[in-house]
Write a protein that binds this ligand. Structure first.
Ligand SMILES: O=c1nc[nH]c2c1ncn2[C@H]1C[C@H](O)[C@@H](COP(=O)(O)OP(=O)(O)OP(=O)(O)O)O1
Ligand SMILES: [Mg+2]
Length: 216
């Protein structure tokens, strides 16, 4: 398997919380993370039907446009009692319907994300199933690292199981962290220090596999 050399690596993401975690996870390996936003790369439409497909689509897109190796992370929260939802739609559950401007044409401006609303939707859908519904859930992370020249990609996956709490707790992390308590913990991801989250998270597990395979 081809190794990742020290130097520039494009982080094919526009999510600042994720980019910060990826930079922390790659910190020890002499890799210079440059985000897609730093390079003004556009955000591709996530048309895949799986985390892996979307990760590969985002990494390929950024590698082709930038000429550097690119790493993408597609991730999300999967709730057992909701048949795996929001799953690959985790980010989209936080998007309000795009406002229709006064001239009547829907704008193409991206709707701002509101994870308060996304967490509320998870809770509302769970509550509708009654008090006995399972609150088990897991986060999934698919990483794709693609090279620009030959289009080769390597894929790594991680997951972390836990349960959902309500109301949300903590102000660290991002996304659904305030309602997710990983197994063997009494804190939500948003109440933990980053080092602790990085010891057990879905993203950390996928990175562990990537580092073992691709970094000498
Ligand atoms: O550790 C996590 N802690 C909390 N929430 C998380 C985590 N990991 C993923 N998530 C949720 C929120 C995120 O917005 C969505 C991923 O959606 P996803 O399309 O992969 O990322 P994104 O659109 O936010 O950024 P981008 O595609 O530019 O990398 O799942
Ligand atoms: Mg996305």
């Amino acid at each position: 398997m081809r190794k990742l050399q020290p130097g520039k690596l494009v982080i094919a993401s526009h999510n600042p919380g994720k980019i910060r975690e990826i930079a922390e996870l790659l910190g020890p390996y002499g890799i210079e993370p440059v985000s897609a936003a730093d390079l003004d790369l556009p955000d591709p439409e996530e048309t895949g039907n799986s985390f892996v497909d979307n990760a590969e689509l985002k990494a390929r897109f950024a590698a082709d446009l930038s000429g550097f190796p690119a790493l993408a992370d597609d991730s999300g929260l999967s709730v057992d009692a909701l048949n795996g939802a929001p799953g690959i739609y985790s980010a989209r559950w936080a998007e309000a319907p795009a406002p229709v401007p006064a001239d009547g044409e829907p704008g193409d401006a991206e709707a701002p994300r509101d994870f308060g609303r996304a967490m509320q939707r998870v809770e509302t859908e769970l509550a509708a199933l009654g008090p006995d519904a399972s609150r088990d859930a897991h986060f999934v992370c698919a990483l794709a690292l693609c090279w620009p020249d030959d289009g080769q990609c390597e894929i790594f996956e991680g997951r972390v199981h836990g349960t959902l709490v309500w109301p949300p707790r903590g102000d660290k992390g991002f996304g659904y962290d305030p309602i997710f308590v990983p197994i063997d913990s009494d804190k939500t991801f948003a109440e933990m220090d980053p080092d602790r989250k990085h010891a057990i998270s879905h993203r950390a597990e996928a990175f562990g596999k990537l580092v073992a395979a691709l970094i000498d």
